[in-house]
Design a protein around this ligand. Structure first.
Ligand code: PGA
Length: 251
């Protein structure tokens, strides 16, 4: 039985005061609740402050991106080792906003995946098709390409440090979530890819999150699909009561 995993992706939101307040609220509301694994991924600048608050709690810390080198003359970049040093357990890679707004391709993402895994971080790797691609019935082809590219050279031993997040681009921040059936069908396809490349046992253990307009009122139907093992939550992770509503729906 896979334990559900809900992660909050704060994107480029909050300031220091609101980041600390939100974290404290989540820690308080989650006290004693270990039925679901939970992580929050603040902007880089607030990781340390948020890390101080989650220390000793059941909330894990994550980041939203990293560079693919350990250190060096890479002005403005943040290495996975720096994130691990601050207590991060997870890093989100290949988010659709990075793919579509920052021009990241699977080759870039693949380098980051290798670097993050080498530094001991767990990777939440995002995948997803655009609306045009879905309407053209290309969803599975797109996901296959993203999986082949982003996970090239990643071996089976590393798969327990990997979480996949299916996030249809058309559902992110739009209020139009995938239907539970669309999510289930796509997650089953992703799991079949993992099974084909890394074996059925590995695939059966892998956590596959759904992301894209998950809210407290639609979370239960999505999270109770057989192959949906949690959620990557954007907008609704910025309000403690909404985030907790989603977490409770996953129990
Ligand atoms: P959303 O974002 O929940 O605001 O749609 C999800 C994400 O981008 O991870």
């Amino acid at each position: 039985m896979r334990k559900k995993f809900i992660a909050g992706n704060w994107k480029m939101f909050t300031d220091l005061a609101t980041a600390k307040k939100l974290t404290q609220e989540i820690v308080t509301l989650m006290a004693g609740n270990n039925k679901v694994d939970v992580a929050i991924c603040p902007p880089f600048t607030y990781i340390q402050a948020v890390g101080e608050i989650v220390k000793g709690s059941n909330i894990s810390l994550g980041a939203q991106n990293c560079f693919h080198e350990k250190e060096g003359a890479f002005t403005g970049e943040i290495s996975p080792n720096m994130l691990a040093d601050l207590g991060c357990k997870y890093v989100i890679l290949g988010h659709s906003e990075r793919r579509h707004k920052m021009g990241e391709c699977d080759v870039t993402i693949n380098k980051k995946v290798h670097a993050a895994l080498a530094s001991g971080l767990k990777v939440i790797l995002c995948l997803g098709e655009t609306l045009d691609e879905r309407q053209a019935n290309k969803t599975n082809d797109i996901l296959k390409n993203q999986l082949d590219g982003s996970l090239a050279g990643v071996n089976k031993d590393n798969l327990d440090s990997l979480v996949l997040a299916y996030e249809p681009v058309w559902a992110i921040g739009t209020g139009h979530n995938a239907t539970p059936q669309q999510a289930q069908d796509t997650h089953a396809f992703i799991r079949s890819w993992v099974s084909k490349h890394h074996g059925a046992e590995t695939a059966s253990k892998l956590i596959i999150q759904y992301g894209g307009s998950v809210k407290p009122d639609n979370a239960a139907s999505l999270l109770h699909q057989a192959d949906v093992d949690g959620g990557l939550i954007g907008g609704a992770s910025l309000k403690a009561d909404q985030f907790l509503g989603i977490i409770r729906a996953g129990m």
